[in-house]
Ligand binder design. Structure first.
Ligand code: NDP
Length: 477
């Protein structure tokens, strides 16, 4: 049991300014979508938060036409320094409304308030600040003189970081002179629609940003729309594959940020206590709903027992429960469907002979929760070592030599991220060279910064988001 007891410290849900209903945002206005309205729920309590009007395929068409008009008449021709002012304004408004956005994100997604407050919302603002800085300097970005935008970008984002994924997509698109039609995930549309209010507050010209809530079919309507020039998608590898097939043979550009099964590799010379913090952060942050989560721990055989003992102790101190409580470490799983998927994969770990250990925490009576879990004695062939669980479940494998660590880490169809824990700088550099992943963190994990490009290899997708490299996906180069 946890050695610490904390009194409840809930953030006030009134800060979210929750409204009974929300509507799609097209051509600068909130409109009645002609899709079937959906109810978005709080996954921590299963209560309905709000009704959300959804778009239909014909609304997507109206949104694309609005985006095309805004592109041709205003946004494309506006000097970069002027576009930058809008991005700066949006960034400042996100900061001004940060408490509201954080509470709303936590209510709709289930993530702990300390994460939405300290990571999601400030990093979203940082993406707009960073890209505002690029808007008038694109000539110097290394893509030749006067690089041109692509046109209208269709953007489809998932539920794990709703506002942050929106910022990753919208900020570079606008900075480079593109206009946007964006679909948030069905289970987490609310912060995207508050972002639409922010666009209005910032006086963004109508049509530059359009937000069309809806289910997967609205994603398809965006992907298949003939007047969209670029698709940017973050989500499952399965849907990414489908989109790639739909876009093949068309002039549309495509960037995909898909799943992962990252190895977090701990050598015998690593500072183990520090590594434990990195392992916990790597897999339990955001309930493990992270594409780059360190879901496979690769531990040197000589330290694995000591490491696991320290890890289990640390896991037993994690507090699971009300996501609005400022002391909560592990919030709710985003949906019943995702919880079922996590349970099914964890059960496969039992069936295939891995050894399960679960943190002894109380699971609330209502809502979707899954206790932090670690599987040891995992074999490479097991599903829990191969498939993305997207939940708070860690699979532990061992290695004897650096070469074996590399072989096991690379033994995955994915290639998004990896972590290396060692005292030796030369080993870090060697490992970073050998590992086939877009990001390699050394003696840390899950570090994000708008200046650093992020993206994958193989089935984790292609294209980069963030940094100078991230501009390329929105420029005709
Ligand atoms: P999806 O890939 O289905 O969802 C991502 C986004 O794509 C959502 O906005 C979704 O809409 C939309 N979408 C769904 N189907 C289509 C389609 N045919 N064409 C265009 N857009 C579509 O992920 P899930 O939410 O179903 O999660 C399933 C698994 O995917 C997770 O368990 C996890 O393993 C992985 N995942 C990975 C993420 C990452 O960051 N790499 C993020 C989310 C999930 P809607 O929400 O309405 O279904």
């Amino acid at each position: 049991m946890s050695p610490w007891e904390y009194a409840p410290a809930p953030e006030s849900r009134d800060l979210a300014n929750l409204k009974p209903s929300y509507r799609p945002f097209i051509d600068g206005e909130f409109v009645d979508g002609s899709g079937e309205p959906l109810k978005t729920i709080n996954p921590a309590t299963e209560e309905v938060l709000a009704e959300v009007g959804t778009a239909s395929a014909s609304d997507v068409d109206i949104a694309v036409k609005a985006a095309r008009r805004a592109y041709a008449r205003v946004w494309r021709t506006m000097p970069g320094a002027e576009r930058a002012k809008y991005l700066f304004r949006i960034a400042r408004l996100i900061q001004e409304r940060s408490r509201e956005l954080a509470v709303l994100e936590t209510l709709d997604n289930g993530k702990p308030i300390k994460e939405s407050r300290d990571a999601d919302v400030p990093t979203a603002a940082a993406h707009f600040f960073y890209h505002a800085g690029w808007a008038d300097k694109l000539d110097y970005a290394g893509y030749g003189p006067d690089p041109q935008p692509l046109g209208v970008a269709g953007q489809i984002i998932p539920w794990n970081f709703p506002l942050l994924m929106l910022a990753w997509k919208v900020a570079p698109a606008l900075a480079t002179g593109n206009t946007v039609v964006l679909k948030p995930a069905e289970t987490t549309p609310l912060t995207a629609l508050v972002f639409a209010e922010i666009c209005q507050q910032a006086d963004l010209p109508p049509g530059v940003v359009n937000i069309v809530p809806g289910a997967g079919d609205i994603g398809t309507a965006i992907v298949e729309h003939p007047d969209i020039d670029k698709i940017a998608f973050t989500g499952s590898t399965e849907v990414g594959r489908l989109i790639q097939r739909q876009v093949a043979g068309t002039p549309k550009r495509l960037t995909l940020e898909l799943g992962g099964k990252a190895a977090n590799i701990v050598f015998d010379d690593a500072p183990l206590d520090q590594a434990v913090e990195g392992i916990v952060n790597g897999i339990f942050y955001n309930q493990g709903h992270v594409c780059c989560a360190g879901s496979r721990l690769l531990a040197s055989e000589s330290v694995v027992d000591e490491l696991l003992e320290k890890l289990r102790y640390r896991m037993s101190t994690l507090r699971l429960g009300d996501p609005l409580d400022k002391n909560t470490d592990i919030g709710a799983i985003n949906s019943a469907a995702q919880l079922a998927k996590i349970r099914e994969l964890a059960d496969s770990g039992d069936a295939e002979g891995a050894q399960r250990w679960t943190s002894p925490c109380r699971i609330p009576d209502r809502g979707f929760f899954f206790a932090p879990t670690v599987f040891s004695r995992v074999e490479q062939s097991m599903r829990i070592a191969r498939e993305e669980i997207f939940g708070p479940v860690l699979s532990v494998l061992t290695f004897r030599t650096p070469a074996e660590a590399v072989t096991k880490a690379n033994n995955t169809p994915y290639g998004l991220s990896a972590g290396v824990w060692t005292e030796k700088g030369s080993r870090i550099l060697w490992m970073a060279d050998q590992l086939r992943s877009g990001v390699v963190w050394a003696n840390t994990f899950n570090r994000f910064d708008p200046t650093a490009p992020f993206g994958g290899y193989q089935e984790s997708g292609f294209g980069r988001e963030g940094g100078r490299a991230g501009l390329e996906g929105y420029l005709d180069v």
